[in-house]
Design a protein around this ligand. Structure first.
Ligand code: E4P
Length: 217
């Protein structure tokens, strides 16, 4: 499963990228707001740092303007993925932009039927939002399983990009469910390394090593 990092914070992306943990980046208008940066400038910096796909989201609501915004965002770098909302206009824009050979990420997906439409419109990625479904007491992980089954049934090549990941359990369950990619905030990716038994075991080894009186260096 590929790891995308869901942020527009350059330092956080760089830290994870240095460890080889970043296969791509996803941003959205809320993340751009949080960064306090200009969308074009910050996206250009991210694209220079990361070799994988970098999603930049359009903000128009009509297909024609979405297409124009998507083409402008795609000029930033070759690894731009144009992020479009899962609406009829977004699907129209997806069909046109993917037909031009551009990478497209269809976002704000909350049902398997929506994912089916995105695949038929030629999306490179579909982004089902797990955490936001959990927020309204619907198991977001069921959606990942359903999309995986449907895409496999019909051989759709659209990548399942599990989004709105809020916990390490989400990451674990996405990997078991066969999501192609998951995108998570940097803090969730860093938490994947943490286990209380690792900390406890290390504490014991350190104490015992001190008792040996030996040194390696
Ligand atoms: C994905 O592309 C979105 O940017 C993101 O995962 C949304 O996550 P949230 O529901 O935690 O805001």
């Amino acid at each position: 499963m590929k790891f995308f990092v869901d942020t527009a914070e350059i330092d956080a992306i760089a830290e994870l990228n240095d460890l080889g943990m970043v296969d791509g980046v996803t941003t959205n208008p809320s993340l751009i707001l949080k960064s306090g940066r200009d969308i074009i400038e910050v996206t250009r910096e991210i694209c220079a740092l990361v070799t994988g796909p970098v999603s930049a989201e359009v903000v128009a609501l009509d297909a024609e303007t979405m297409i124009a915004e998507g083409r402008k965002l795609a000029e930033i770098a070759d690894n731009i993925t144009i992020k479009l909302p899962l609406t009829w206009d977004g699907l129209k824009a997806c069909k046109i932009l993917s037909g031009e050979g551009r990478m497209v990420n269809v976002t704000l997906c909350f049902s398997a039927n929506q994912a089916l439409l995105a695949a038929k419109a030629g999306a490179t990625f579909i982004s089902p939002f797990i955490g936001r479904l959990d927020d309204i007491h619907i198991d977001g992980m069921d959606l990942i399983h359903d999309i995986r089954t449907i895409y496999d049934n019909y051989g759709f090549e659209t990548n399942i990009l599990a989004a709105s990941i809020r916990s390490v359990n989400h990451v674990h369950e996405c990997a078991l469910a066969g999501a192609d990619v998951m995108t998570a905030p940097p803090e969730v990716i860093k938490k994947l390394a943490i286990h209380p038994l690792t900390d406890k075991g290390l504490e014991q080894f350190t104490k015992d090593w001190e008792k040996t009186g030996q040194k390696i260096l």
